[in-house]
Write a protein that binds this ligand. Structure first.
Ligand code: AMP
Ligand code: GLY
Length: 430
């Protein structure tokens, strides 16, 4: 089978790497891919942007692609799946209507409120004066969110009402996130610990994938600005078997059924970002209509069964026959970013040490913002690599991942040194 993976980040490298291992995969194309997917056995890059639906559709048809898997949210929100399906091309991902769970925070909050799915209290605004009047009656900390897609950067956890006002003004009055910030959600600050709950959904049936925990803040101790994610590990002990059952019952199934009751089928990866309070009760911070990045990297590093088979089963509505099998060993991934990410940063910086690390068993380097320049791998984005290690215990996986990250060198290299540290310190890891 020929497979097309859309996207060019670490998530897509992991998806393509795993899909290429399938017994049925003849060739995996990645559009546009990165230097990692260019080097991977069985995968090949295609120079088409992830949002260029016309060119992607032409390519899928002319190449006779059997399955397209969509990585990032932008093409999903833009209706790529609707277009592919209308042309008879098999594709895994939600249609535009279903992708609103991620592409509009206001929609997702109203949806959760309507179906009784636990989430933070909130209000929606398009007018700054109304937002300001509302904020005057609230206490900090409080959270201000751009309604639309902002690459994980549209959320401000404000520690004072003045800061919240400023964030609301930047979004509503100064068009900080352009159209994505023309409407906002202001919501209650939730305290607790975060976990990522990601499932594969075939329209009706749900298969939960291995659990994970991301680290969204840029700096150690969860300080600094929000990012797309600075590292993740899987599985997370924060999701106990009892909580796992509750999340499926209180969040995932009501979400899929709620959409279906409105005539909207959900097919693809569905990600609930959860906040767990001190008693372990889950609340949904956000939905994503795709796999997480960097969660995909440690999760798929642990997948023993055939990802292509699971993806095909999801597109054919027979997920109940396709149960994933996991390596029991935990995996932990550390994101190597460029200093100043998520602000502006330079590109084209040469990366050294990759070959040495790539030869180690139990270690896998997934590329994100990289490209090849005359055979030399250079940086091409803020999050550059995700270095994953898999070991008998989470503590060993962490140690191993950091040993490997230390062997990779590029100017301005930056990483959090505490991925997985909090859960290990609490004694819940191992
Ligand atoms: P989101 O994109 O909505 O998941 O928000 C990004 C990050 O902001 C989350 O992963 C949390 O770390 C933080 N965050 C979002 N909403 C809240 C909230 N209501 N309370 C506390 N932190 C939040
Ligand atoms: N790692 C968070 C996300 O993919 O949105």
């Amino acid at each position: 089978m020929k497979v097309l993976v859309i996207g060019g980040g670490g998530r897509e490298h992991a998806l393509a790497w795993k899909l290429a291992q399938s017994k049925d995969a003849e060739q995996v194309f990645v559009a546009p891919g990165n230097a990692g997917t260019a080097r991977e056995p069985g995968t090949r890059n295609v120079a088409i942007a992830a949002t260029d639906t016309d060119a992607l559709l032409d390519f899928a048809k002319s190449e006779g692609i059997d399955l397209t898997v969509v990585g990032p949210e932008d093409p999903l929100a833009g209706g790529l799946v609707d277009r592919f399906e209308a042309e008879g091309c098999r594709v895994l991902g939600p249609r535009k209507e279903a992708a609103r769970l991620e592409s509009s925070k206001g929609f997702s909050k109203d949806f959760m409120a309507h179906y009784g799915i636990p989430t933070a209290r909130y209000e929606r605004f398009t007018d700054f004066d109304q937002a300001r009047r509302y904020l005057a009656g609230q206490a900090a900390p409080i959270v201000v969110k751009a309604d639309g897609l902002a690459a994980g950067k549209g959320v401000v956890v404000a520690t004072s009402i003045a800061e919240a006002e400023q964030a609301a003004s930047a979004m509503l009055q100064e068009a900080q996130f352009k159209e994505a910030g023309r409407a906002i959600v202001i919501e209650e600050f939730l305290e607790g610990r975060e976990a990522s709950f990601i499932c594969l959904v075939d329209g009706t049936d749900v298969v939960p994938l291995a659990t994970s925990q991301d680290h969204k803040a840029r700096d150690e101790g969860n300080c600094g600005p929000n990012t797309g994610g600075m590292g993740a590990y899987s599985p997370t002990p924060l999701i106990t078997p009892e909580l796992h059952r509750r999340v499926l019952e209180e969040v995932i199934h009501p979400t899929v059924r709620g959409l279906a009751s409105e005539g909207t089928r959900y097919r693809g990866f569905l990600y609930a970002g959860l906040m767990l309070d001190s008693e372990g009760n889950p609340k949904v911070l956000e939905y994503n209509c795709r796999f997480g990045d960097p969660e995909t990297q440690p999760i798929l590093f642990r997948l023993d069964s055939d990802l292509l088979d699971h993806c095909l089963a999801a597109t054919e509505g027979r997920l109940s026959e396709s149960v994933p099998e996991w390596d029991a060993r935990p995996a932990l991934g550390v994101v190597l970013a460029i200093r100043d990410y998520p602000g502006s940063y330079p590109k084209g910086i040469p990366i050294a040490g990759l070959d040495e690390v790539e030869e180690e068993a139990g270690v896998k380097v997934f590329h994100a913002g990289t490209t090849a320049d005359n055979g030399q791998v250079v940086t091409n984005g803020g999050r550059v690599l995700c270095v994953c290690a898999k070991e008998e215990t989470l503590a060993l996986a962490k140690e191993r991942a950091y040993q490997a990250t230390d062997k990779i060198r590029f100017e301005g290299k930056f990483c959090r040194r505490d991925i997985g540290a909090a859960v290990l310190a609490s004694g819940e890891g191992d």
